[in-house]
Design a binder for this molecule. Structure first.
Ligand SMILES: CC1=C(CCC(=O)O)c2cc3nc(cc4[nH]c(cc5[nH]c(cc1n2)c(C)c5CCC(=O)O)c(CCC(=O)O)c4C)C(CCC(=O)O)=C3C
Ligand SMILES: [Fe+2]
Length: 334
């Protein structure tokens, strides 16, 4: 299988070239890039994403071994080394003819789905005739193991708040995207594929933890300020909650599969600081990537293809994201 992810810098000198790869042709203003470069430099220019992916792959390796599945795992990224083009070339050298692709995003839409299809197409084109067939696994935002892992993490975060847990508000957050990117009509003729999936995952998590009410908010927006993105932003929302008398929050980064920079900086630093400034209690729930159920989920997604295992999903939203050789998905997905 090919484990396909976003990529991240491994040192200060890699931050700029990495950001240039991410934002090429995307119209992100230079001031925003300076700001994000700063965030990476707070961590010595090393993104947490690579080690997290290595950890997930190591856990996946042992689980596959335990099940007697002789499935080699290759690692490639969209934006930084190991680049997916190089990885797919190596797969071809090794004689791989066909591979399943696990992309580290739960979601449909451009960034979470279509761009991974584009990565697959680009990598195959760069390898040429010898390129293996690449079959992408589906979106998993409503997989019971993904939802279950996030729900348990929310429970643990409530426990962390101690006596402040009683009145704590549950706030689930995902990466903002431009409204226009979210507004393509879906297969059912209704728009907002990405934000509806996020809303659905949030609803399922809230239901499992027994939260009667909760909020879905957005974070880490970029792009020029005059372009509308999904709102409210989490920090604005904390102010709002404070104004309404909410004393503490549990923040669940449902939009991210592991503790990416957006989680360890934008939440653990900026949002936590905003909460502290307002005198609010703040507990951030863990991401799914650290939970053994997340690895189990990947194995189940694989088994859907290798063993015709049943498709486990908790929502009625249609399933998409799985195509061959980077073909586009369901209409409206991406
Ligand atoms: C929906 C979504 C996900 C979740 C789905 C998924 O996981 O795929 C996601 C994940 C991630 N985004 C990441 C990093 C960045 N995203 C950026 C920019 C952007 N993201 C966008 C959307 C998303 N992004 C968008 C619409 C832009 C604007 C530019 C454009 O239209 O494409 C920029 C440029 C600077 C900035 O503008 O912030 C960076 C550096 C990292 C790695 C972090 C690490 O190193 O740990 C990860 C996992
Ligand atoms: Fe898609």
């Amino acid at each position: 299988m090919l484990f396909l992810s976003f990529g991240g810098p491994e040192g200060p000198e890699e931050v700029r070239p990495f950001l240039e790869n991410v934002t090429r042709g995307r119209g992100v203003p230079p001031e925003r890039l300076d700001e994000v470069a700063e965030h990476y430099l707070h961590f010595g220019g090393v993104s947490p994403i690579n080690r997290l992916n290595e950890d997930i792959m190591a856990a996946l390796r042992s689980e596959l071994d335990a099940q007697g599945r002789d499935l080699p795992i290759y690692f490639g990224n969209r934006n930084w080394h190991p680049m997916v083009e190089d990885t797919v070339a190596r797969m071809a050298d090794d004689g791989v003819r066909r591979a399943l692709v696990f992309a580290t995003s739960a979601w449909g839409g451009y960034s979470g789905c279509k761009q991974y299809h584009e990565d697959i197409v680009r990598a195959r084109e760069s390898v040429g005739q010898r390129a293996p067939e690449l079959v992408k696994l589906r979106q998993f935002f409503d997989h019971p193991l993904f939802v279950g892992a996030n729900a348990d993490a929310v429970r643990a975060a409530y426990a962390e708040l101690g006596e402040r847990a009683e009145q704590a508000r549950l706030v689930l957050t995902a990466h903002s995207i431009p409204l226009r990117a979210d507004e393509r009509p879906g297969a059912d003729g209704r728009p907002q594929w990405y934000s509806r999936q996020v809303a659905e995952a949030a609803r399922l998590v809230a239901e499992q933890v027994g939260a009667e009410s909760y909020d879905v908010v957005w974070q880490s927006r970029s792009g020029p300020p005059q372009v509308p993105w999904l709102e409210p932003d989490i920090c604005d929302h904390l102010q709002d909650l404070h104004a309404k008398g909410v004393g503490s929050v549990v923040v669940s980064p449902i939009g991210f599969v592991s503790d990416h920079l957006e989680v360890v900086w934008d939440l653990d630093n900026e949002a936590e600081e905003a909460a502290a400034g307002l005198g609010m209690g703040f507990a951030r729930a863990a991401t799914a990537g650290t939970d053994p159920r997340f690895v189990e989920m990947i194995v189940e997604l694989i088994a859907e293809h290798t063993d015709a295992a049943p498709v486990c999903k908790l929502s009625e939203l249609r399933m998409a994201g799985s195509t061959v050789n980077g073909a586009l998905c369901a209409p409206g997905c991406c």
